[in-house]
Design a protein around this ligand. Structure first.
Ligand code: NAD
Ligand code: UGA
Length: 305
């Protein structure tokens, strides 16, 4: 099969493009190489993937002969108030609208990355997909807008789109603004780590290999219009996660508490019964195993500096 992967120089997109290639698919990789984080990291992620530098806010996808689009390009990060917001609008809402338009015209399925942040402080835990979306970050609002665009394009153009609400993804190549990456970097370089708030907030952390598996399964097996949570099985607070990484690394972390971040939810816990029933997917990587793999990757990077 021939697939387009957008955001292929990013954290999740690069793993996805590699996995598709490894199983023999023909992959067209696309990324704008935005400067949200160090471009050298994106170059590293993209190594061997032959990524076309295309800004999807300006240029359209060429979909002749393509069997499906994995749309992972976007502006991530829930701490998205203030001057950053126009970038979220452009890279999430505008780009997604343009990808949906191209896919609808070409009659091609799109599997796109949504987010647990659509739930905000969720009305119930574990949170099923039919819980009311009440995002508390501008980022989450742009992700709700993308889901609504998928619905509108399905109604008016017959777009075949499948949305995946990823829950805090971790693993090798995790973005440098994210929690585990920063904890690993601080442990490896003996720096102080800043916890936002009490550290009692918790997440359904999801290992990137599990995310890739769910994403590929959705392209092949999900009904048109499906929307699934893709979340890890083990919930942990930030303090518990730090303790786990201290054990794995055999080091102690110096922690400083600073103000809670705006847009940050107190808890995520995914109900994954819908995707389990439809596609047979469930998270498989235990948090301790995933963190050992992440520590091995992140500490080697710091050591090589
Ligand atoms: P990432 O920033 O590493 O990857 C996104 C990539 O999209 C980047 O390489 C960036 O250059 C590219 N991009 C941005 N704007 C573009 C444009 N206009 N044209 C082409 N490419 C563009 O982020 P990630 O963590 O890999 O996230 C991938 C997707 O998954 C995003 O849509 C994100 O919102 C979503 N998501 C991520 C997580 C997570 O925990 N990492 C959780 C939920 C949802
Ligand atoms: C993550 C991604 O960054 C978003 O792109 C994504 O959409 C979202 O998951 C999701 O699940 O939808 P977040 O859960 O905030 O967002 O993930 P992290 O950035 O890893 O933060 C986890 C927790 O650690 C948050 O409570 C945050 O406040 C805290 N944190 C983060 C710190 O205490 N210190 C830091 O330096 C960074």
């Amino acid at each position: 099969m021939r697939y387009v992967v957008t955001g292929a120089a990013g954290f999740i997109g690069s793993h996805l493009a590699e996995a598709l290639r490894a199983r023999g698919d023909d992959v067209v990789s696309v990324d704008a190489f935005t400067d949200y984080y160090d471009l050298a990291e994106k170059e590293e992620n993209a190594r061997g993937l032959d990524v076309a530098r295309i800004d999807l806010a300006d240029e359209s996808l060429e979909l002749d002969g393509v069997d499906g689009v994995f749309h992972l390009a976007g502006q991530p990060g829930v701490r998205s108030f203030g001057d950053a917001f126009p970038l979220y609008l452009r890279r999430n809402v505008l780009v997604t609208q343009r990808v949906f338009q191209s896919a609808a015209e070409a009659g091609v399925r799109v599997v796109y990355a949504s987010s647990s942040s659509v739930y905000g402080e969720a009305e119930r835990y574990p949170t099923p997909e039919n819980a009311r979306p009440e995002p508390i970050s501008p980022y989450g609002i742009t992700k709700v807008a993308c889901e609504e665009l998928a619905r509108a394009y399905a109604v008016s153009f017959g777009l075949d789109a499948v949305g995946l609400r990823y829950f805090t993804v971790y693993g090798p190549r995790q973005r440098p603004d994210m929690f585990f990456r920063r904890v690993c970097d601080a442990l490896a370089s003996e720096a102080t780590f800043e916890v936002y708030g009490t550290g009692e907030q918790s997440r359904s952390f999801t290992e990137v290999a599990d995310v890739v598996e769910a994403t590929i399964a959705a392209m092949g097996g999900a009904p048109a219009g499906a929307l699934y949570n893709v979340g890890g099985g083990e919930e942990a607070s930030m303090l518990e996660a730090i303790a786990l990484l201290e054990r794995i690394s055999g080091r102690g972390l110096e922690v400083r508490h600073v103000d809670r971040a705006r847009g940050d939810v107190r808890r995520t816990k995914a109900d994954v019964s819908r995707i389990r029933d439809a596609l047979g997917w469930e998270p498989r990587v235990p948090l301790a195993d995933g963190l050992a793999r992440m520590w091995a990757w992140a500490s080697a990077r710091v050591a090589a500096r």
